[in-house]
Design a protein around this ligand. Structure first.
Ligand code: FES
Ligand SMILES: [Fe+2]
Length: 459
């Protein structure tokens, strides 16, 4: 697979049917609304890509399982032995019944229909009235397995038995992100909602900062929490500009703090306190309580206002982390800045990560409706041993019932409106910001490689 590194070099692909053909930063709407395009994605993308199924902390004990449903394909991910996770197509070898539903712990996989049973290794252990069946072989009776890989605490699955190893697929992210010890982070919350939009639209709401002053005006005026629309003056002053870089199939996007570690815009004590407190209350991710209390402490110090406060805040956070018993190395700011940011892992995973915390998303398409997806949002944090909260996943078919906080509420409202507007007969396709919305275009380019093959002239 060819990695697309620069969007400027992207040639229009005459081999792609015209109604789905990408232009320069132009994405025809048919790639979102056509059921035929969704079917191509389901046939050619999801069966061949590595996707996050769960985290290891969700299946701590032997027999713990999580069902992962991707576009109608149900996979059961199970801890088969203390150090072994397996993933099976969740379908009984008799008449196809789903063997495991949702989450739970089992001794073996027992079909609810006629009670055939399978070990956690997928080997059939019992066929009721086996003597009635003349032709069954042990090979035939075994559950069909998916490939499983683990990285940073996530369990990834690939439905393709010949898939390249996960480590290769993710390259170069594992090395780049190793400093964060994401594998030691634990859930603070996890919400699954059904969203009335294309699976890509949901992810795209979290792929750029270009929407911040438009959607989240309260974030560009940290001292007020008002959500009144940003004025022209505020828009011109928008501090949320964030560039990104393609890394093979994936994308890294740098947040303000990475681009400009001493961004003087909010370099005053009141803003630092307000920003942390707001995020703790309404996003419940990335900014932690530790940081909010550090900002509060800082606000009572005699330090002058100015960029020096950022370094001091980091220092206090570190002291608090060490006092809690956390591993909290002091990184070179340039190294930390390079790694801190927003990552898109093709096809359907996004996360923002900084030292000690992470906010993650996953989007899974509906099997037939291009305007519907199942979307997960979750927060992870580093905790001292034994201090992580209990994992309590929540699921909502109506996302408004899910109490997702002010920021995610604003984003989810956008995706509903995008869906309605995409269907306008006057709308032909999206015109993307070539710099700030690059992750969105990049996913489309990689989709083309999976669906239509490498671009002509590439191998
Ligand atoms: S479908 Fe599973 S035992 Fe019959
Ligand atoms: Fe947003």
């Amino acid at each position: 697979m060819t990695a697309v590194d620069s969007l400027d070099d992207v040639a229009v692909r005459p081999d792609v049917p015209e109604r789905w053909r990408l232009g320069r930063y132009f994405v025809p709407k048919s790639r979102y609304v056509d059921p035929e395009f969704l079917q191509l994605e389901i046939e050619r993308v999801f069966p061949r890509t590595w996707m996050p199924a769960c985290r290891l902390e969700e299946i701590p004990g032997v027999g713990d399982f999580v069902e992962f449903i991707i576009a109608g394909e149900s996979i059961v991910v199970v801890r088969a032995e203390a150090g072994t996770v397996r993933a099976f197509f969740n379908s009984c070898r008799h008449r196809g019944t789903r063997l495991a539903r949702g989450r739970g712990r089992v001794g073996n996989l027992r079909c609810p229909f006629h009670a055939w049973q399978y070990g956690l290794d997928g080997v059939n252990q019992y066929v009721h009235d086996e003597g009635d069946f003349p032709d069954l072989t042990p090979e035939y009776l075994c559950l069909r397995q998916c490939k499983v890989g683990e990285w940073a605490g996530w369990v990834f699955v690939n439905l393709d038995g010949n898939a390249e190893p996960l480590e290769e697929y993710l390259y170069p992210l594992p090395e780049r992100l190793a400093l964060f010890n994401i594998e030691d982070m634990r859930y603070t919350w996890h919400k699954t909602v059904t969203l009335p939009c294309n699976w890509k639209t949901a992810l795209e709401a979290f792929s750029e900062s270009y929407h911040v002053p438009g959607t989240h005006p309260q974030l560009i005026r940290p001292l007020e929490h008002s959500v009144r629309p940003a004025s022209r003056r505020e828009l011109l002053d928008d501090p949320s500009w964030a560039p990104s870089q393609a890394l093979g199939r994936h994308v890294a996007r740098y947040l303000i703090e990475a681009r400009d570690p001493a961004n003087p815009r909010y370099a005053d004590k009141k803003s630092l306190v307000a920003i942390s407190e707001y995020h703790v209350k309404e996003l419940r991710a990335l900014h932690t309580k530790k940081e909010a209390s550090a900002a509060e402490e800082l606000s009572r110090s005699l330090l002058p206002e100015g960029p020096v406060l950022f370094a001091e805040l980091k220092k206090i956070v570190r002291e608090k982390a060490l006092a809690e018993g956390l591993d909290w190395p002091e990184f070179d700011p340039a190294v930390l800045g390079q790694a801190t940011g927003n990552y898109t892992i093709f096809p359907n995973m996004i996360f923002l990560v900084r030292q000690g915390s992470l906010l993650g998303y996953r989007s899974c398409p509906h099997p037939t409706d291009p305007d519907s997806c199942v979307f997960d949002a979750y927060a992870l944090e580093l905790f001292a041993p034994g201090k992580a909260p209990e994992f309590k996943p929540e699921t909502y078919t109506e996302w408004r019932e899910g109490d997702v906080g002010q920021i995610l509420t604003q984003d989810f409202m956008n995706v509903e409106d995008v869906t309605v507007g995409l269907h306008s007969s006057a709308f032909k396709g999206t015109t993307l910001n070539p710099i700030q919305e690059k992750p969105i275009f990049h996913r489309q380019l990689v989709l083309d490689e999976y669906i239509f093959g490498p671009a002509p002239g590439e191998s």
